[in-house]
Design a protein around this ligand. Structure first.
Ligand code: HMG
Ligand code: MG
Length: 337
């Protein structure tokens, strides 16, 4: 049967910040991650190790990781495009296990995310190679990460439309998702990168992908360009998906998807799920559920529920800090009440 446990993967520090043009100091990024942890999020994509020539904004991820506070029971992940990126992850992890007892505990990176697309045109724009070349490049990355005990998550971009080649064939999404699962990804996050998806088009894609992959291995990653992201999440919930990416304050976009806006705001997802009696994120895909809280939690938040008040404050704080609009409706409503 369908579980009522929903996992939220916070992608604000990565997807959210990668699209900002002005430099953001690493301490601000680390503070964002710390605040997200304090708000009770248990899966946080902290940054990426990609080419700084391609995405200059995320060049400081190693420094960011060195500045964050340890967050108990939390999966921190980073996005990597190739083995060079994975080597950076290994370097960060080994540098942090210094025998010096005064050293900070290691940044708890437990997961890497690898990414490809459903169209060659997007894959080339984003990573300079075709989809099949990208899969060939990612296979040894996944294998090496798994061998070191890291979890591996896969992304497929442009599941509905591609900014360069138009409408996408759902069978391509299915085939690429299957390849990522076969590489050892515990989950594939399906990206509506452009945010053009609607409940009807998302349902069509998911029906095709679910012919081969159990919905418990799929996540939804919906950009909210046209205001349909939350509706798409509820369509996906109806089809059995229980894992969703979201970005505090609705931050984000992809530098290679012109005009696309941020992900669905985490505050909005938390607000909407609480009303549906779904359960919030506690870290592991299959751990015991814990209800989403709409009240301020006690300072001891070990394995505690997600706090909408703390999330709303975090969304307002990062928006203000970046000088951008806070696009979370639920966050703004909470703060204006
Ligand atoms: P390339 O130019 O073909 O590769 O880029 P290259 O191997 O020739 O490398 C170019 C330069 O980058 C070299 O430096 C490399 O050393 C360096 P140079 O010798 O010229 O001084 N380099 C790196 N540096 C640091 N870390 C690395 C790394 N790799 C190479 N890992 C490459 C190919 C894949 C590297 C490039 O295209 C790239 O980095 N792309 C990433 C683009 C990106 O980050 N996009 C946003 C994330 S995906 C997304 O947002 C979608 C998602 O949210 C889901 C959705 O919404 O759909 C996940
Ligand atoms: Mg994205």
């Amino acid at each position: 049967g369908k579980s009522n446990f929903v996992r939220i993967v916070e992608v604000g520090p990565r997807d959210g910040l990668q699209n900002e043009s002005r430099p953001i100091p690493p301490p601000i990024k680390a503070e964002l991650i710390n605040k997200l942890g304090q708000a009770g999020l248990r899966n946080i994509e902290a940054g990426s190790f990609v080419s700084p020539k391609w995405v200059p904004q995320l060049a400081g991820t190693a420094e960011v990781l060195s500045l964050i506070d340890p967050i108990p029971n939390t999966h921190l992940s980073v996005l990597v495009p190739n083995s060079k990126g994975l080597d950076e992850v290994f370097r960060v992890l080994s540098a942090s296990v210094s025998p010096d007892s005064t050293a900070k505990p290691p940044p708890p990176v437990t997961e890497v995310a690898i990414f490809t697309a459903a169209t060659d045109a997007f894959s080339r724009a984003n990573t300079n190679v075709s989809v099949s070349e990208s899969l060939t490049r990612l296979e040894p990355v996944a294998r090496a990460a798994l061998a070191k005990g890291l979890r591996v998550r896969g992304y497929v971009s442009v599941i509905v439309t591609c900014p360069y080649s138009g409408r996408v064939d759902p069978r391509r999404v299915r085939d690429v998702s299957r390849e990522l699962i076969q590489m050892g990804c515990y989950e594939v996050s399906l990206g509506d990168t452009t945010g053009t998806g609607t409940p009807a088009s998302v349902r069509t894609v998911l029906e095709e992908v679910c012919k081969e992959i159990d919905p418990s291995r799929l996540a939804g990653h919906f950009h909210d360009t046209n205001g349909t992201a939350l509706a798409n999440i509820f369509t996906a919930l109806d089809m059995g998906l229980r894992s969703f990416d979201a970005s505090v304050g609705g931050l984000g976009g992809c530098p290679y998807s012109p005009g696309a806006t941020g992900n669905v705001a985490t505050e909005d997802v938390v607000y909407a799920l609480a009303g549906e009696s779904f359960y919030g994120d506690v870290g592991e895909p299959h751990s015991a559920p814990s209800p989403i809280s709409l009240s301020v939690p006690s300072p001891k938040w070990d394995f505690g529920p997600i706090s909408l008040p703390l999330l709303a404050e975090t969304g307002a704080w990062i928006s203000e800090t970046l000088g951008r609009e806070n696009t979370s409706r639920a966050g703004r409503a909470y703060l204006a009440r």
